[in-house]
Design a binder for this molecule. Sequence first.
Ligand SMILES: Nc1nc2c(ncn2[C@@H]2O[C@H](COP(=O)(O)OP(=O)(O)OP(=O)(O)O)[C@@H](O)[C@H]2O)c(=O)[nH]1
Ligand SMILES: [Mg+2]
Length: 202
Amino acid sequence: MRITSAEFVLGVANLRQLPKGNKHEVAFLGRSNVGKSSLLNKLCNRKTLARKSSTPGKTRELNYYLINGSFYFVDLPGYGYAKVPEQMKTSWGMMIEQYLKSREQLALVIQLVDSRHEPTVLDLQMVGWLDYYEVPFVIALTKADKLPRSKMPAYMQRVWEVFHPFKFCVDVIPCSAITGLGKNDVMKAIADQISSTKRVSR
Ligand SMILES: Nc1nc2c(ncn2[C@@H]2O[C@H](COP(=O)(O)OP(=O)(O)OP(=O)(O)O)[C@@H](O)[C@H]2O)c(=O)[nH]1
Ligand SMILES: [Mg+2]
């Protein structure tokens, strides 16, 4: 699949504002600063479609982008930013869990994990939710350009062992928003999942 058009359509601060209709959604989930907006931009071949954050943890909205006029990319607010007040973390968690649990249009989650670190406790909590709510997900290992080539095979092995036991894990893909590594594989996973997903109630 090639992306020929991408436009920002809506920022959602409250789940009651989610768009109606039956377009599929592909959501980008990951801790603050992991590279969600950068990967989304790279997949769309656009530099500034999704804004890269200068202030991590500030975006509290689900940002909707219409892709090829036919489905949405949803840039979810990042988690795990230490300076966010406790109360906001709780409301973030409730909103995201509710979205993952009940959004029938959701075809695939791209779960981003920073390839310079081991998956965090929160990363594992997120994939736990995804598996529990039966949402297929791809693990995108971001910033792979920063990982020395010699360390890649062992890292991939470790990460694969962590994620592949999850039933709804579709693939684990090293990615770079700088070099474009992983872009084709992520796009293929998106195309496959969208074409095979019927809208079923969760
Ligand atoms: N080297 C490298 N840097 C990256 C990559 N992806 C993102 N970055 C950098 O990481 C920082 C955060 O990227 P964002 O795309 O804003 O991250 P985000 O997950 O959208 O952050 P929040 O919106 O705060 O949750 C920016 O400075 C990016 O330039 C990558 O693949 N390689
Ligand atoms: Mg962002």
